[in-house]
Design a protein around this ligand. Structure first.
Ligand code: CA
Length: 254
C-alpha cells in the first residue's frame, strides 16, 4: 500500500513523462458533425470536446460540404438534413478527389437495412442508428481512427479489408467471406466478426463484445452473445476459429 499514489503532486512527481488523461487535452483529431438536430449536436459537442476532439459543426448540407473542404479526420453525417441530404453529401464527398478519403460515419434515425446498404454502397465507413449512446459512438470513432491510421500495403489510404486465416471482412462493401465464399451474416454477427478479427488472439469479454456488436443501450443478457457466437461459428463452418475463453468470453484463433 505504501507505493500507492495519494495526491496529484505525487502523480506529477512519479510520472513526469506521461500526463494523466485530463479534460481539454486535445487529441488532435478533427471531427466535422453535419447534423441539424440541435439537442443532439449540443450533446455530441459537449462529450466529444471532453474527449479532446476538435469539433466543427454544420447544421445543413450546404454548410457541411463547405466545411468538409478543410479535410477533417472524420465526418459524422446525418441523412435527414435540410437542403442537401446526407446521401447526396456522401456522393459529393466521394466524387471529389480532395474529400473522397475522409472517413464518414453515417448517423441516422433510419434503421432500415436498405438505408444502411445505400449508405455503405455510397461509401460510408460506418453506420450508427439513432438513438445511440455517446460511448458507442466514441468506440466507433476510435475504431475508424485506428483503421484509418493503418496504411495499406501500398502505404496509402485506409485499410478496407480485414483478413486473417481464410476469413475476410470488407468494411467498405460490408461483406464477409470465408475461403472466398460469401457469408450471410446478420449485422450483429458482422460486427462480432469484425471485432474479433481485428485482434486475432486477443481475448474479449462478453461485455466488450456486446458493446461492440449489439450496442451499449441494448438490454441483453450475457448469454445473448453466446447465441450470436454459436450462429457465427456455424456459418464459419466446422473450423473452430472462434475459441471460448473460459470465464471471460471469446477470441479469434491466432
Ligand atoms: Ca436530421
Amino acid at each position: 500500500m505504501s507505493s500507492e499514489v495519494t495526491s496529484m503532486k505525487d502523480v506529477k512527481k512519479q510520472a513526469p513523462l506521461k500526463a494523466a488523461p485530463a479534460p481539454k487535452v486535445k487529441n488532435g483529431i478533427k471531427l466535422l458533425i453535419i447534423e441539424d438536430e440541435k439537442a443532439l449536436v449540443d450533446a455530441l459537442v459537449y462529450n466529444l470536446d471532453r474527449e479532446g476532439y476538435e469539433v466543427t459543426v454544420a447544421h445543413d448540407g450546404q454548410d457541411g460540404l463547405r466545411k468538409a473542404q478543410a479535410i477533417p479526420d472524420i465526418i459524422l453525417l446525418d441523412i435527414m438534413l435540410p437542403g442537401i441530404n446526407g446521401i447526396e453529401i456522401l456522393r459529393e464527398l466521394r466524387g471529389n478527389e480532395k474529400t473522397k478519403s475522409i472517413p464518414v460515419i453515417v448517423v441516422s434515425a433510419k434503421s432500415e437495412e436498405t438505408d444502411q446498404v445505400v449508405g455503405f454502397s455510397m461509401g460510408a465507413d460506418d453506420y450508427v442508428t439513432k438513438p445511440f449512446s455517446v460511448k458507442i459512438l466514441l468506440q466507433r470513432i476510435n475504431a475508424l481512427q485506428r483503421r484509418a491510421e493503418v496504411p495499406t500495403k501500398e502505404g496509402q489510404g485506409p485499410v478496407e479489408l480485414i483478413e486473417h486465416k481464410q476469413v475476410k471482412v470488407d468494411m467498405v462493401k460490408h461483406r464477409a467471406f470465408i475461403l472466398d465464399e460469401e457469408l450471410d451474416l446478420t449485422p450483429t454477427e458482422f460486427r462480432l466478426l469484425e471485432c474479433l478479427l481485428r485482434s486475432p488472439g486477443r481475448a474479449f469479454s462478453r461485455q466488450h463484445l456486446m458493446d461492440s456488436a449489439i450496442g451499449e443501450g441494448a438490454i441483453v443478457l450475457e448469454r445473448t452473445i453466446d447465441v450470436h457466437i454459436k450462429t457465427l461459428r456455424k456459418k464459419l463452418g466446422s473450423m473452430d476459429m472462434i475459441e471460448t475463453v473460459r470465464g471471460l468470453g471469446y477470441r479469434f484463433k491466432e
